[in-house]
Design a protein around this ligand. Structure first.
Ligand SMILES: NC(=O)c1ccc[n+]([C@@H]2O[C@H](COP(=O)([O-])OP(=O)(O)OC[C@H]3O[C@@H](n4cnc5c(N)ncnc54)[C@H](O)[C@@H]3O)[C@@H](O)[C@H]2O)c1
Length: 327
C-alpha cells in the first residue's frame, strides 16, 4: 500500500516510518516541517514535504498521523475527505467535543479511520485478555505505567495537550475500559506534580468503578528514577506497563513473556520483542483490504477522551501540587 507519514521525525512518526519500511509498504512522502525531513525521506525513497499542501494527492492511499494532538482533527478530515485511509495517533483530538465530532465524521466517509491505541493490537495484551476472559467475573483490574523522564520538556508537558494523564494514562484508561467491557466512572482522581515543577502533572492516579461494580485503578507516573520490575511489558525505551487482575477464579498478572495465572507461568508465543507499531499497522492494512472490523475505533477514542474529562472533574485538590524537584 502507498503511504504518507505525517510527523515523521517525531518519536511515534519515526516508528511509523520504520515499521512501514520493514513491512514492505511504499512510503511516497514524509510530511514534517523539521530540519531532518529531507534526509529521512531520501533514506526511504520518499518525497519530503513541509506541509500537507505540498502533497500529490493522487500518489497515495493511506496516511499515518503522529503530531501534536491539536493538529490531528483537521488533517484527519482533509485526508479522509480526499478518500485516504487514516491511522491517527492517540489522542485523535485535543478535547472531547472534537473527539465526538470525529465519531460522526468517521461514519460519514467511506474510508478506514483508526486511532493509534497500539496496545489493542499487541498480541501480548490480546493473549492476556483472552486468558482473563476465561476466568469468570472480573472483580478488579490494576494498570500502571512508570515512564523514565529526566525532565519535562516540549509539548508533552504543555497545558491542554500534555501531562501524564493525556499522554500516557490514555492507554491505560483505554485498556481498563476494554478489559472491563463496561463504562467506567472515577470515584476519585489525583493529578499532581511529585517530581517536577511543570505546567502539567507528572503523576495521575484514579480509582474507577463500572455499573456492575468492577473496580479499575490506573496509575501513570513520569519520574527520573522509575521503579522497574520484571513483571510487565516494555512500552517505551525506558518504562514499564504493569497489569494485574482478580476474578472469581483467581488472579492474573502480565509477565515479560506472557502471564502468570494463579501462580502458573504461561508463555505466549511470539510476543517477546514484538514491534507493536508493525502489529498495529498490519491490523490497519488488513481492515482496509478485507473490510474486517477494527479492533479499536474512533468511538473508543471518544470514550477514553471523555473518561479523561471525567477524571479531571473528579480530581481531588487539583491545586495542591507539590513539586519536589525542578525540571
Ligand atoms: N502510540 C504510542 O505509544 C505513542 C507514543 C508516543 C506518542 N504518541 C502520540 O503521537 C503523537 C506525536 O507524539 P510524539 O511523541 O511523536 O511527538 P514529537 O514531538 O516527537 O513529534 C511530532 C512531530 O510532528 C511534527 N510536526 C509538527 N507540526 C506538523 C505539521 N503541521 N505537519 C507535519 N508534521 C508536523 C514535528 O516537527 C515533530 O517531528 C501524539 O499524539 C502522541 O500522543 C503515541
Amino acid at each position: 500500500m502507498k503511504f504518507v507519514v505525517f510527523g515523521s521525525l517525531g518519536w511515534a512518526g519515526s516508528r511509523h516510518v520504520n515499521a512501514l519500511v520493514e513491512m514492505g509498504h511504499e512510503i511516497v512522502a514524509l510530511v514534517d516541517p523539521g530540519a531532518g525531513c529531507a534526509a529521512q525521506a531520501a533514506k526511504v525513497g520518499a518525497r519530503a514535504c513541509a506541509s500537507i499542501d505540498d502533497l500529490d494527492f493522487d500518489s497515495f492511499e493511506a496516511a499515518t498521523l503522529a503530531l501534536p494532538p491539536h493538529l490531528h482533527p483537521l488533517l484527519t478530515r482533509r485526508l479522509a475527505l480526499a478518500g485516504k485511509h487514516v491511522m491517527c495517533e492517540k489522542p485523535m483530538a485535543p478535547d472531547t467535543a472534537e473527539a465526538l465530532s470525529l465519531v460522526e465524521f468517521a461514519k460519514s466517509v467511506p474510508v478506514t479511520i483508526m486511532p493509534g491505541y497500539l496496545l489493542r493490537t499487541n498480541p501480548h495484551i490480546r493473549g492476556f485478555l483472552d486468558a482473563l476472559r476465561g476466568m469468570g467475573k472480573v472483580r478488579r483490574v490494576h494498570i500502571s505505567t512508570n515512564v523514565r523522564k529526566p525532565s519535562m520538556a516540549g509539548w508533552r508537558s504543555e497545558p491542554i495537550i500534555g501531562g501524564a494523564l493525556l499522554v500516557n494514562a490514555i492507554h491505560q484508561l483505554d485498556l481498563a475500559t476494554w478489559f472491563v467491557g463496561e463504562n467506567l466512572l472515577p470515584r476519585f482522581a489525583q493529578l499532581d506534580n511529585v517530581h517536577f515543577e511543570a505546567p502539567t502533572e507528572d503523576l495521575f492516579f484514579t480509582s474507577l468503578v463500572s455499573p456492575s461494580g468492577v473496580t479499575a485503578t490506573v496509575l501513570s507516573s513520569w519520574s527520573p528514577n522509575p521503579p522497574i520490575c520484571d513483571d510487565g511489558l516494555m512500552i517505551t525505551d525506558a518504562g514499564r506497563l504493569r497489569i494485574e487482575a482478580e476474578t472469581d477464579e483467581g488472579s492474573i498478572i502480565l509477565t515479560g513473556t506472557g502471564y502468570r495465572k494463579n501462580g502458573e507461568y504461561i508463555a505466549l508465543p511470539g510476543v517477546v520483542g514484538v514491534n507493536q507499531f508493525i502489529k498495529e499497522l498490519e491490523h490497519f492494512v488488513d481492515a482496509i483490504e478485507t473490510g474486517s472490523p477494527l479492533w479499536v475505533t474512533v468511538e473508543d477514542n471518544y470514550d477514553v477522551q471523555k473518561l479523561i474529562d471525567d477524571c479531571r472533574a473528579a480530581a481531588i485538590a487539583p491545586a495542591g501540587r507539590v513539586a519536589k524537584r525542578v525540571a
